[in-house]
Design a protein around this ligand. Sequence first.
Ligand SMILES: NC(=O)c1ccc[n+]([C@@H]2O[C@H](COP(=O)([O-])OP(=O)(O)OC[C@H]3O[C@@H](n4cnc5c(N)ncnc54)[C@H](O)[C@@H]3O)[C@@H](O)[C@H]2O)c1
Length: 348
Amino acid sequence: MNHIIEEDLKELNHNLSDLSDKIEGKKFLVTGGAGFLGSWFCDVLDSFGADITCVDNISSGSKRNVEHLMGKDNFHFINSGLLEFESDEKFDYIVHMASIATPPLYMKYPIETLDININGTRKLLEKARADNVKGFLFMSTSEVYGNPPDDQIPTKETFHGVVNSFGPRCMYDEGKRAAEAYCYSYYHTHKTPIRITRTFNVYGPRLDVEGTSHYGRALIKFVYQAIHGTPITIYGDGKQTRSFCYVTDQIEGLFRLLLTPGIDGEVFNVGNNREITILELAETIVKITKSKSTISLESQPNYNLKDDPRRRCPDTSKANRMFGYSPRVDLETGLKRVAECMRKNEAI
Ligand SMILES: NC(=O)c1ccc[n+]([C@@H]2O[C@H](COP(=O)([O-])OP(=O)(O)OC[C@H]3O[C@@H](n4cnc5c(N)ncnc54)[C@H](O)[C@@H]3O)[C@@H](O)[C@H]2O)c1
């Protein structure tokens, strides 16, 4: 494991120490645990002595992300698609992260994307009900808001979204929306203790660079291009905005969301509320990496840009009020950490 991830995990362990007794010795099922966010989540669970079952079919994640956990008594890796996975084990918590998660991949595998979010979530909610779990966390997304008008930026959880149910992003956006509806319905029908995060763009070490999943994730692609001195390619006019959250802030938010008492049946934005244009992001990356890369606008991306949201920025006041969520890492600091990891070519 490289020193940046080690330092970040140490910091996360310190910042979450008040929750340690809720994690130690508990049984967690984490789907998508070999992915970017899932592997960070598993590392924190491991640092507090949880028993972890990680189900992942390694379609976009990587075994490298969890290699250091393999062989530990408290870590059980199951290489399986979620829809084929069965277990008699009784879990205390279920964390559902498995999904096809980037535009090029979900556009290429639309039916699988719908299946993992809709049928996969239903299956896990049944398991949660049978096991009488203490908590069920569903990874939803800011994409459920679709393309909000300017007066809905920053976006609150009460905004219902402007989403196209019949377009190139529908499989992801509507898959997540249907999964949220399942969570809502299990909570109101069976009192299943669901909690939903609508996560905005997250970045950090392990966001796959060489593999498939980075395509369509602008930030990590820009850092890669900047470091290699190749032109930074922006799809569209560069005026579209996003808000980027460093991975440790996201993971801390997810643990607090899952383990804070009294917030079952609720949905929360988790992200960083600094809104930045994609052009400004590219310029910041060039500056931070002292790169000679030029920045070019491309009209022909490798995936369909129709319905690409113009602006993205979370209102995180609900998460702040209900579980003290407040991101700690500013964009420049986070970018420096990612660039350093990438320079050393030590993704793990
Ligand atoms: N990273 C972000 O910025 C972001 C933003 C919003 C929401 N999310 C959500 O967070 C979750 C994790 O995203 P990530 O960025 O870590 O992506 P990721 O691609 O790194 O991780 C997803 C994991 O799910 C696994 N998976 C996919 N289909 C599966 C299946 N049928 N059965 C078992 N495993 C399967 C993949 O192999 C991968 O390891 C996803 O649900 C995603 O939609 C992520």
